[in-house]
Design a protein around this ligand. Structure first.
Ligand SMILES: C[S@@+](CC[C@H](N)C(=O)[O-])C[C@H]1O[C@@H](n2cnc3c(N)ncnc32)[C@H](O)[C@@H]1O
Length: 563
């Protein structure tokens, strides 16, 4: 991805951020089924790091289509910071009456911001972390953080050595360098691997330019080139859909004339949709493969494209393209295969069998959403997901009935309701408990986060470190009123120190010491959903892929009867 214009440091790169889709306990659900291919592994985040950890007891990863998945990483050139998604449900939706709940992700608006000043045409790089590269030796000796500086230093030392021996034979030294970089130690050395060793690179190094500057320069494209070969990634923004049951949707950020490529959809293939099957967790350890009860599919299925005669799913990972909702009468975009001139799409793959995608390590397929009529700024973008999807949705709506759901309250609802009132103490909860799906958590870091002088003198809460919160389950012991402000005393397990975390994970140590926080404000306490209780875990929740029209779907991929 490239910047289409200049961005100031800390400026957001999008009008609204991207959706984040939880993928839960996939190793457990697939247990016993042999190795499964799941290219998404390469494109997902650790769910805990994005605030999804409480959803499950076991593993949770987060598909983060958009900036998260579409930008490359070059550790020395990282210029994009990615935030956490918000976790909200459009107001008014409730499982007792709304068949849409659980069918879309509640995690959305994950914003990317400029970490440094970015110039128009510059390639955008996010930080995958050093570990990501260390775990992938097959990528070769890619420079890690500060690697370009070390390599530039190395070249300077070579220059000094060459200068010293100039009288002997300069050409020999040049040859030695070539030999050194191209053939010898290249495979092991990240320092040498940082050089492309082209004539132009050598010329710039000789002019005292650093490798970092050279790589930034190389990563630039002209605006003309971007217009010719790229697709605008900011034609759409997210917002609450005009279709109530659909959750959120995509809206035009500007007038988009008929024929505009509204969004490019680079695709991650899933060669067999059974990878997304979810089973009753109780059955997984106790029953044979064939006897397990299937309870549904991962939510990711709703964000992928497929066909009733194929096991293949194709999941887009471009910014906000996954937010486009279905409407058969108001569709204003259509689906077409990608244009190889404008992105990574190899049309010859449409004639290959599905199994040829099994070893894919990157995606080489893309589709596009093209405007079939003039679209006005702020109009919602709609695609026709196909008759099979429409039928499945209508059946789902007719059958929607969750027994006993009237009393369900989510943490999100409670947090909103209770933000203006108080939290019940443990004593009060004895006769007026919160629902079973709710736990109370406290911010153990609160005293580090607020301006204490202001708080002690005037009971004014001013946050000084907005990102250093750490919420842990807690008991609310006491509530009292001080000068019109309600303050709480809570007790919680002392959070492990950084160096203790590994010991705890290995089971070599447990932390049992309780700490007491006194006189803390309401904002240090929140409600959280217990694992497996949110709407996406409802067995009744709607699951269906978006249907690729028959006219587009390659016959080479039709490997199953209608599903
Ligand atoms: C690709 S996602 C679209 C983005 C999604 N609305 C969100 O909030 O993240 C597809 C899912 O959106 C919902 N959806 C899309 N169009 C809909 C419609 N016309 N009626 C009800 N739900 C719809 C369904 O849950 C569907 O499985």
């Amino acid at each position: 991805m490239y910047a289409g214009r200049d961005f100031a440091k800390k400026e957001t790169l999008q009008q609204t951020g991207d959706v984040v889709i939880p993928i839960v306990d996939i190793m457990m659900h697939q247990r016993g089924r042999g190795m499964f291919e799941f290219l998404w592994d390469e494109y997902t985040w650790n769910g805990k790091s994005l605030g999804l950890g409480h959803e499950v007891h076991h593993e949770c990863s987060a598909a983060s289509p958009g900036f998260g998945a579409a930008v490359n990483c070059f550790l020395d050139l990282v210029n994009v910071d990615e935030g956490d998604p918000k976790n909200t449900v459009p107001s008014g939706l409730h499982r007792s009456k709304d068949p849409g709940v659980g069918a879309f992700s509640t995690y959305h608006d994950r914003q990317a911001t400029a970490k440094v000043k970015i110039k128009a045409g510059q390639e955008l790089f996010a930080n995958y972390g050093q570990h990501w590269f260390e775990l992938r030796p097959e990528l070769g000796p890619i420079p890690l953080r500060h690697g370009l500086m070390e390599s530039t230093d190395f070249y300077r030392r070579f220059q000094v050595l060459r200068g010293r021996h100039q009288l002997v034979n300069r050409e020999v030294f040049e040859e030695l360098w070539d030999e050194f970089v191209q053939h010898c130690v290249w495979k092991e050395s990240r320092i040498l691997g940082a050089f492309s060793n082209t004539v132009s690179e050598r010329a710039l190094l000789e002019k005292n330019m650093t490798l970092k500057k050279i790589r930034v320069m190389e990563s630039m494209q002209t605006t003309g080139w971007l217009h010719e070969h790229g697709t605008c990634a900011d034609h759409i923004r997210e917002g609450v859909s005009t279709i109530k049951q659909a959750g959120r949707g995509a809206f035009a950020t500007r007038d988009l004339p008929k024929g505009t490529v509204v969004s490019a959809l680079p695709l991650i293939p899933i060669i067999n949709k059974s990878v997304l099957e979810m089973y009753d967790l109780e059955d997984i350890n106790t029953k044979r493969l064939g006897d397990r009860r299937r309870v549904g599919y991962q939510l990711l299925m709703n964000y992928c494209y497929g066909h009733q005669n194929s096991t293949m799913l194709l999941c887009p990972y471009s910014p906000l393209a996954n937010m486009v909702n279905h409407n058969q009468t108001r569709a204003n975009v259509k689906l077409v295969w990608g244009d190889p001139e404008r992105g990574e799409h190899e049309p010859n793959l449409l004639t290959k069998t599905i199994n040829s995608f099994a070893d894919a390590s990157t995606s080489k397929l893309a589709m596009e959403l093209v405007a079939i009529q003039d679209i006005e700024k702020d109009e919602e973008i709609f695609l026709d997901y196909g008759d099979a999807w429409e039928r499945a949705w209508q059946e789902h709506v007719e059958g929607w009935n969750i027994v006993g759901a009237e009393d369900y309250v989510s943490a999100f609802m409670l947090n909103q309701e209770e933000s203006t009132t108080f939290v019940r103490t443990d004593f009060e909860q004895l006769h007026n408990p919160y629902p079973d799906n709710i736990k109370v958590e406290c911010d153990s870091n609160i005293w580090k986060r607020i301006n204490q002088t202001l708080f002690n003198t005037a009971h004014v809460v001013r946050i000084t470190r907005p990102n250093s919160y750490e919420f842990w389950p807690c008991d609310v012991l006491r509530r009292r009123d001080v000068n019109g402000t309600t303050l709480y005393t809570v007790s919680l397990d002392r959070p492990p120190k950084e160096k203790e975390k590994n010991d705890i994970m290995r089971g070599e140590k447990s932390i049992s010491k309780r700490i007491k926080l006194s006189d803390i404000p309401r904002m240090a306490i929140r409600f959280s959903d217990r694992p497996y209780t949110t709407d996406m875990f409802l067995e009744e929740a709607f699951r269906h892929y978006i249907v690729i029209p028959d006219s587009m779907f390659p016959s080479a991929w039709m490997n199953s009867s209608p599903v």
